[in-house]
Design a protein around this ligand. Sequence first.
Ligand SMILES: Cc1cc2nc3c(=O)[nH]c(=O)nc-3n(C[C@H](O)[C@H](O)[C@H](O)COP(=O)(O)OP(=O)(O)OC[C@H]3O[C@@H](n4cnc5c(N)ncnc54)[C@H](O)[C@@H]3O)c2cc1C
Length: 477
Amino acid sequence: MGKIYNVGIIGGGVSGAVIALQLAKNNIDSILFEKETSLVNGPPFCHLHAGGNLYPDISDEQCKLLMKQSIDMARLFPQSIDKRPTFISIPKSEKYEIEKMESRLEMLVDYYQKLVDEDPSNEILGAPNNYYKIYTKEDLIALSDKPSVKRPSSADEWMSNTMKFIDHEKLKSPVIIVQEYGWNLFRFGAQAQLALNKTEKCSLKTNTMVTNIKDVRNQKLDYNWEICTRDGVYKVNYLVNSCGFKTGTLDESLHLNVERLIEFKAAYVSKWKPISGLIPELIFHGERDTPHGMAQLTPYCDDFYQIHGMTKDITLFENGLIQSEFNKAQPEFNEGIQQKLQGAWAEGEIKTRTENAIDFVAKFVPSFKSAVLGGPPLFGAQQIPGKDPNLRVGEVSFPSKSYARSEIVKASSALTVANQIINKIQEEKIIPTICSQSAQYLLLDAISKNEIDQLAGELAVQRGYPEALSRLLIERN
Ligand SMILES: Cc1cc2nc3c(=O)[nH]c(=O)nc-3n(C[C@H](O)[C@H](O)[C@H](O)COP(=O)(O)OP(=O)(O)OC[C@H]3O[C@@H](n4cnc5c(N)ncnc54)[C@H](O)[C@@H]3O)c2cc1C
């Protein structure tokens, strides 16, 4: 008889990879199936949402959750965190009020201080009192005379570099620098993959598509599920569905109906002239899905910049956000979007959308007009559980016995989901109760920076992106 695994995980994105790592840390064996050739190959991510400052419309509760979950993930994967801050501004034309953002930031400083008081290792966003800094118009004018700093180390230096490029007359005063960092998906994927390759507790099956699930829970066998792939059938006690936007496909094969949204989005890679000092990520807020939605410029190494523009001719797409139909769990994109998901973009569309993105940013950063196409877009689809497209914290649900469904909306929620699943597995007595949890993460800590550098670079190139996208602006030792 073949081996019976405690947990079978379908989907090796951020969520599936972190679940497998957390199970291995707790000595629980698992088998992880990923249809692509490497892990974390789904929708992209570039921003660690440690406070939710990219979303003026979400609740304080979601902001706090995003901050806590981001800190937890950054502690595990420090080599993927780019410690450059984020510049937040509101164009004069927009409805948002800077005062509201300020009072939310004050609330976040108190919350961050509380997290640091509970555990000093949580202080990964700098000192709580330096979490954000506000700059009035007068402050900005004073800073604009300061020389550029190649590698800034204070909020003032980041802001003075920014002032060399932005048209601050278009922005409401004040503007903000906040300690929301960058998050490198290639480095994250490399560290997760290297760690999972090293542990005997996880059987990692990349290049393996799950084609069917057989529910044998009522057949009085020694296991609950059979997971079918082209090369065999695998027996598991507990099933985890972490298929991202395809989560509904498994739900349907288990005859479960769930309301969910799925959304296709893209960010564009551009190359700009060399500039004399690093700049933070630049955010120009705006109402999503209007012609003046948020613009986000994310700096990478070697003068590459990634652009999101929350309008239909840049990051968002006509029919890009769809919901499950009555009695169905898996929404289906139209043919055009399905083709894009496979990488088959219509000729010229990448160039046009990248140029739209460059023009969009150039409204606030006039010299960015000279930027050019720098590589293929980073794109993908994600799920949003329920029917609120503004939900930013999705976690996990347990629709039936021995079955968990990961429903993360932001990559930072993955560890919370993994821990909730481990609690459930103990509750269902799939494994004995775990008595003591080790605070250390030996498996992840054993992966060296050199190994991550090497594999992250390879992953970027294999996927068609410049190798520079796998490096951090602020190198860590
Ligand atoms: C343009 C864009 C920008 C984003 N930016 C950010 C950001 O800055 N910060 C942030 O936190 N989040 C961001 N997100 C959201 C983030 O990308 C997702 O929340 C996250 O990647 C979801 O992870 P997941 O593991 O749930 O799903 P996925 O990453 O989609 O993983 C699911 C995996 O399951 C595999 N799979 C599916 N079906 C099968 C099967 N039958 N057999 C085997 N394998 C299967 C897929 O190949 C895939 O690898 C962004 C999303 C988009 C689209």
